[in-house]
Ligand binder design. Sequence first.
Ligand SMILES: [Mn+2]
Length: 432
Amino acid sequence: MIAVTTHKNTDFDGLASVIAATLLYPGAVGVVPKMVNKNVEQFLSTHKTAFNIVLPGEVNHDDIDTLVVVDTGSWKRLDRMEKLRTRTDLRIHVWDHHQQGDIACHWHCLATTGATVSLLIREIRRRKMTLSPLDSTVLLLGLYEDTGHLSYPSTTPLDAEAAAFLLNNGADLNVAAFFLNPPYEEVQRDLLFDLLKNSEKISHRKTTVGLNVIRLEKKVPMLSAIVNMYRNLINCQAVFVIAVNDETSCTIIGRSGSDRVDVAAVLRHFGGGGHPRAASATIRSDDCDPQQLKKQVIARIRESTTKRATVFDLMSYPVTMVPADTPMMEVRRIMEEKAIRGILVGSENTLEGIVVLWDFKKIRQERQWQQPVKAFMIRQVATIAPDMEPSEAVQLMIRQNIGHLPVAHEGKVIGILTRTDILTYFYDMLPE
Ligand SMILES: [Mn+2]
């Protein structure tokens, strides 16, 4: 028998991948873990009979000769599959978009797509299969949940192609919207207020990280969505929420909106995992002390050294500067010669102003080209520090509506960042 299974606390990508695999492996049975996310549970309560899926307790493990694992590569994330771990005659296939895993398999399809189900859909398309509207809809739920409706940065062209294929096969967007955007309930609102009231902020290398310890009386559906909302509201680069489940277990949820804080790297020290921007860890110990955990998280944040691109890596230097009494015609000549659109005025220790191509429009008479640059320059010049992130430079440029940012370190101009540098970075260098 071929069994297809996925990770515990199954999300829609896990469920969709199981269902897609049952289509790709004829006769296969989908084994869905007992613990599934709330919205998946709601979906299954009305749709379960439409699919060939069972619970782990309903399957005779000895009958399984091929195990297809989707949306995870780790034994410990599977539900009641330990028995199979030591079987030498078992064939194992893995389909996954995560990086790590300890399942030794005979065949795998691993790629960094937004959703695992996109990998299975690629194979469905390759085999020229068609899907029912119902199958298409559940696959779309998985695809949209893991890619934030194709909007997360992890989304790839393969995900978008998969979405087009599903829509062509009749996927229902009304059903998708219903299960992906359930209304918030009182318990979630209370939690959000609690997080906002009791947040502690620490600063580390120009980033602000929010920390909370909360007590969870019961399971809160969509906890991670609430944590995300909370991070947006308090405007921190990252947040860590330590949720006390009971005396012997705590869950740490990390969410980041910045390349500066890699929450997965921090939570790996606590046995957790995930992505740089979304990760979690569950700690079980006889005396789980959340305040102690908080101290450890802070220590890990402080020692984390994520080396990301900074303004320093992108800026141009040396910088062309002219003294304030330079005639405008000379300024124009230098700019033409160097093919630059802006020039700094002053010296590297005293930045007095900036003149950009646009300022030439202030010149109405020919004789004005003889006048010094200080008569035309802009005196209020925004500068940026070399250790800032490219995205912060973009925000500053947008806010001030400027295309040139002198880079200053300890009062000295050490470089300049232009729109071109930013565009080159975001469009040419990002997809590594
Ligand atoms: Mn997934």
